[in-house]
Design a protein around this ligand. Structure first.
Ligand SMILES: Nc1nc2c(ncn2[C@@H]2O[C@H](COP(=O)(O)OP(=O)(O)OP(=O)(O)O)[C@@H](O)[C@H]2O)c(=O)[nH]1
Ligand SMILES: [Mg+2]
Length: 418
């Protein structure tokens, strides 16, 4: 999504295959190309190299580097070279000096897309925090020597644009300011969460690799129109909406940022405020793109991040999506659901599976209500299933299952089931 007045930037991609990354190398290079396209660039040439280990000075070997430079001279038009690794400050400086064009790494490219997507105040702060944290150690001297030639275009969008003018001291100052603002925002969100947590409504969080179809599922279930696109990181901010899963029974669903391989920890940390949202859910819907040949890698990445975020205890319902595009599909995670949310039956299958999963997580409890209070039942039905009603003289006894624990029933009664 580059501005329309400008021609798309042409970029050269570079990746080094080592022993450590060989299993995921090819997929990761394909992904780098999608990231570049998502950021609005056109890929002109891709260079790969097999190496025992990454070169400390230039990442690639000097021979390969010369090849890239020759290509740059031939093309004349290429605006940037993007490396599929996290470059050290030293590598970045050396590569920029040698190649004489803008040099970016995978992390900067991801940050660039995030900067394009950020809409909410918190989202923008989070991206800026990640960008500045990345930038700070990479400033040569007091000004960004390596980065100064990078002004404008890919890799320098959102907050990044103005940062290029800042010196270290100013960046530290700005970082402190952002952190303080984010802390405040987190406090507000924490208070809201606490309120929600006290609510007996069952909460579901979507989680998954970028482009798996989370927002499509969110839209189908809640019948809304959350931005869904065949782009990486189409969604950045968390959105929560409540909908009826069956009759009067309501649940909330949260759509959030997708994950990607090698998501830098700085970024995961910066997105704490967004991801916190998913931490308090009762059920995670892990959405996987079944049509992606490397879905197994995606699953590992997501499971890793779930652990990293301390969410490993939350029950998970695994949903393989896009079955319409997959052939000879073999699920790695069992039990799991396999569907295509774009198909006629997909939504129905998903609702059934969610309900079945909820039933296993619900706890039974009893409630006695005088007939004069029968109108409270409408409220109860919003978050619990009434399994049985036993009529007695002046009251009825309800056998109920819901997310609330037995001991909480009294609190509910006291509050008049509010
Ligand atoms: N063929 C097919 N396409 C689908 C299906 N579900 C989603 N898609 C498409 O896949 C693309 C990605 O879907 P999104 O819902 O934006 O994916 P997401 O997981 O929210 O992605 P991010 O927000 O980028 O993390 C869109 O172009 C959808 O139309 C499906 O069941 N079948
Ligand atoms: Mg999305």
């Amino acid at each position: 999504m580059i501005t329309t007045e400008r021609e798309p930037e042409r970029v050269i991609l570079v990746g080094v295959e080592t022993f450590e990354n060989q299993a995921t190398f090819e997929a990761s290079m394909t992904e780098l190309a999608s990231l570049a396209t998502t950021a609005g660039a056109t890929v002109s040439t891709t260079f790969t190299q097999k190496k025992e280990r990454l070169d400390g000075k230039y990442l690639v070997g000097i021979g390969k580097l010369q090849e890239i430079k020759t290509q740059l001279e031939l093309e004349d038009e290429a605006d940037a070279v993007i490396f599929n690794h996290q470059l050290t400050p030293r590598q970045l400086t050396n590569l920029s000096a040698f190649l004489g064009v803008k040099v970016l790494d995978r992390m900067q490219l991801i940050l660039d897309i995030f900067a394009l997507r950020a809409r909410s105040h918190v989202g923008m702060l989070q991206v800026e925090l990640a960008q500045l944290t990345y930038l700070l150690p990479r400033l040569a001297g007091s000004k960004g020597l390596a980065l100064s030639r990078q002004a404008g275009g890919i890799g320098a969008r959102g907050a990044g644009e103005s940062q290029l003018e800042l010196d270290r001291r100013q960046i530290r100052h700005r970082l402190a300011l952002i952190e303080a603002q984010l802390k405040k925002a987190e406090q507000v969100q924490a208070n809201m969460r606490q309120k929600r947590q006290a609510s007996p409504v069952f909460k579901i969080g979507l989680i998954g690799y970028t482009n798996a179809g989370k927002s499509s599922i969110f839209n189908a279930l809640t019948a809304t129109n959350q931005y869904e696109q065949d782009e990486l990181f189409a969604t950045l901010d968390a959105t929560t909406k409540s909908f009826s899963i069956q009759d009067e029974l309501m649940v909330t669903l949260t759509d959030t940022v997708g994950f990607i391989q090698d998501l830098p920890t700085e970024l995961v940390k910066a997105f704490k405020a967004t991801l916190e949202e998913s931490k308090t859910v009762d059920l995670l819907l892990h959405v996987i793109d079944a049509s992606n040949a490397t879905h197994q890698i995606h699953e590992d990445v997501v499971e890793g991040i779930i652990k990293e975020l301390g969410m490993a205890d939350i029950p998970v319902l695994t949903v393989y999506n896009k079955l319409d595009l997959a052939d000879n599909f073999e699920p790695t995670i069992l039990p799991s659901l396999q569907l295509s949310i774009k198909s006629e039956t997909g939504l129905q299958q998903l609702r059934q599976a969610i309900l079945a999963k909820m039933a296993t997580l619900f706890v039974p409890f009893e409630l006695e209500l005088p007939y004069s209070q029968a109108h409270q039942l409408a409220k109860l039905r919003k978050f619990a299933l009434i399994e049985q009603i036993v009529a007695q003289d002046d009251l009825a006894r309800y056998l109920i299952s819901g997310k609330i624990a037995e001991r909480e029933k009294w609190r509910l009664l006291e509050n008049g089931l509010r």
